[in-house]
Design a protein around this ligand. Structure first.
Ligand SMILES: Nc1ncnc2c1ncn2[C@@H]1O[C@H](COP(=O)(O)OP(=O)(O)OP(=O)(O)O)[C@@H](O)[C@H]1O
Length: 350
C-alpha cells in the first residue's frame, strides 16, 4: 500500500473578520489524501479556499481545527524551528515565479541550498543537473529579466527541487503563461514527478491544467471539497454542479450554446434526448454511433465528438441526440452499458 505523503484530517480554517465583519470560514471539514508519487490537482473558483489549503501544507497558515500531516510529520503542530526543517522537504512554485532579479538562474536555484548551509562544491553538484533537467543548462548565467516566462518558471521549478523535497506545491504556476508554454511547463511537471518521484499538489482554476497533469482531482467550492477522485473518473462522471461548470468550459463535452438554451429536464413529446457518451479509446466514435443506429433502428445525430487524453489515457466524448422516448432511452442505455461505456442524458429538446 502506498503511503499518503500529504493528509488533511477534518481541517477547518477560519480567519478573523476584517472591518467589523464576522469571521470567514475559508475551509471547513477538509479530508484530503495525496498518495506518494501522485499529482493531485485542487480546482476551485476565486475565493474557494485554494491558497489557504496550500498554505496549510507548508505551515504558512495553521488550521483552526483538524490536522495537516506531511511526510509523516504533523505540520500543524510544529513550532518555528521544526517548521523550518520540515519546509526543506516541501518545494513550492508560484504564479509570478518569485525569482530574485539580481541573481542569475544558477544563483536562484542555489539559494535554498545556501540558506541550508550546503558547501559550494555540493551546491554546484546539485544545481547543474537540475538546470539540465528543466532544460536551462545554457541559461545558467542569465538574469530573470533576460528569460521568458516559461524559462523563469523552469528556474522556479529547479529552485523548488534543490533541497530534494518529497513534496512539490504549485500555486497557479501556469496562470501567467500562454497556452503553449503552459503545456510545456505541465509536461515538465509530469517529467519531474516521474523522474524524482516527488509528490505534487497543485492548485488551479483551470480544468485544462487538471486534464494535462493531475492523476487525481479535488473540486473545492465555498471552503469545502464537493467532489474528488481519479481525474479520469471525474471527467467521465462529474456529479457536482461546480465540477460540471468547470468541465463545460473545455471544448470536449461543452454543449453548443444554441442547444444549451433549449435544453429541458423533462422528456418532450416527439422530442429528442441529448446524450453525453464517454468512451475510453477502445471504441472509435463511428462504430459506437452506427451500432446504436443499426441495432435499435433509430436516428442518432452527432452534435459533437472529440477524442482527448486524460492522465495519459485516451478519452472521448460524444454529444448526440436520439429519440427522447423513454423506451428508446432504456434500450440505448443497455446497448451502451454492454460496450462498457458511460452515458448520461443531459436533457431534452424538441
Ligand atoms: N488573511 C486573511 N484574512 C481574512 N480572510 C482571508 C484571508 N485570506 C483569505 N481570506 C478569505 O478566505 C477565503 C478563501 O481565500 P483563498 O485565498 O484561500 O481562496 P482562493 O481559492 O485561493 O482564491 P483565489 O483563486 O482568488 O486566490 C476568501 O473568502 C478570502 O477572502
Amino acid at each position: 500500500m502506498t503511503a499518503d505523503v500529504i493528509r488533511f484530517e477534518q481541517v477547518a480554517k477560519h480567519y478573523p473578520g476584517r472591518g467589523g465583519q464576522g469571521a470567514v470560514a475559508a475551509l471547513d471539514g477538509i479530508d484530503l489524501a495525496v498518495p506518494e508519487g501522485a499529482i493531485l490537482g485542487v480546482i476551485g473558483r476565486s475565493g474557494a479556499g485554494k491558497s489557504t489549503l496550500i498554505r496549510l501544507v507548508n505551515g504558512l497558515e495553521r488550521p483552526s481545527a483538524g490536522r495537516v500531516v506531511v511526510d509523516g510529520v504533523e505540520i500543524s503542530a510544529l513550532a518555528e524551528a521544526g517548521l523550518r526543517r520540515a519546509r526543506r522537504s516541501i518545494g513550492m512554485i508560484f504564479q509570478h515565479f518569485n525569482l530574485l532579479a539580481r541573481r542569475t538562474a544558477f544563483e536562484n536555484v542555489a539559494l535554498p541550498l545556501e540558506i541550508a548551509g550546503v558547501a559550494k562544491a555540493e551546491i554546484r553538484r546539485r544545481v547543474e543537473p537540475l538546470l539540465d533537467l528543466v532544460g536551462l543548462a545554457d541559461k545558467r548565467d542569465r538574469y530573470p529579466a533576460e528569460l521568458s516566462g516559461g524559462q523563469k518558471q523552469r528556474v522556479g521549478i529547479a529552485r523548488a527541487l534543490a533541497t530534494e523535497p518529497r513534496v512539490l506545491l504549485s500555486d497557479e504556476a501556469t496562470s501567467a503563461l500562454d497556452p503553449e508554454t503552459t503545456e510545456q511547463i505541465l509536461h515538465l511537471l509530469r517529467r519531474v514527478n516521474a523522474a524524482l518521484k516527488v509528490t505534487v499538489l497543485l492548485i488551479t482554476h483551470e480544468m485544462a491544467v487538471i486534464k494535462a497533469v493531475a492523476d487525481r482531482v479535488a473540486v473545492i467550492d465555498g471552503g469545502r471539497i464537493v467532489e474528488q477522485g481519479a481525474t479520469f473518473d471525474i471527467f467521465a462522471r462529474p456529479i457536482h454542479g461546480t465540477t460540471r461548470s468547470f468541465l463545460s468550459r473545455l471544448t470536449a463535452g461543452a454543449i453548443p450554446a444554441l442547444l444549451a438554451g433549449r435544453l429541458q429536464a423533462a422528456p418532450l413529446p416527439g422530442g429528442e434526448a441529448l446524450l453525453r457518451i464517454v468512451f475510453t479509446g477502445a471504441h472509435a466514435t463511428d462504430p459506437v454511433i452506427s451500432r446504436l443506429a443499426r441495432r435499435l433502428g433509430i436516428d442518432v445525430n452527432i452534435v459533437q465528438a472529440q477524442v482527448d487524453e486524460i492522465a495519459g489515457r485516451p478519452f472521448g466524448v460524444i454529444l448526440a441526440t436520439v429519440p427522447g422516448d423513454p423506451a428508446v432511452l432504456a434500450a440505448v442505455a443497455a446497448e451502451i452499458a454492454a460496450l462498457q461505456l458511460h452515458v448520461e442524458v443531459l436533457g431534452h429538446v424538441r
